[in-house]
Design a protein around this ligand. Structure first.
Ligand code: ZN
Length: 89
């Protein structure tokens, strides 16, 4: 095999891998059926709404829990800062 051919074959293989990787992220639009990428939130062809891959709406129970924890931590920090300011005066 000539070095030139070898290089060409390598490039071909690389292009093939890139194509395969991209194909994993291509799926048909549920509205118009055209190929769209799975991270898109809106179809570029028909404007239909898409659900991006990996996106899952958060469980409301979990959301509430996180909000409560944030509220408590925020309150504790605020009280600590106020106490510190009063203490240092
Ligand atoms: Zn579409």
């Amino acid at each position: 095999m000539r070095p030139e051919d070898e290089r060409l074959a390598r490039e071909e293989a690389r292009a093939e891998r890139r194509r395969a990787r991209l194909e994993k992220h291509v799926l048909p639009c549920p509205h118009c059926g055209k190929s769209v990428l799975d991270h898109m939130a809106r179809c570029p062809y028909c404007g239909g709404e898409l659900v991006p891959a990996g996106y899952r709406p958060m469980d409301p129970q979990k959301k509430k829990k996180i909000r409560t924890v944030c509220y408590i931590v925020g309150t504790v920090i605020a009280v600590a800062v106020i106490a510190l300011v009063l203490f240092l005066r």
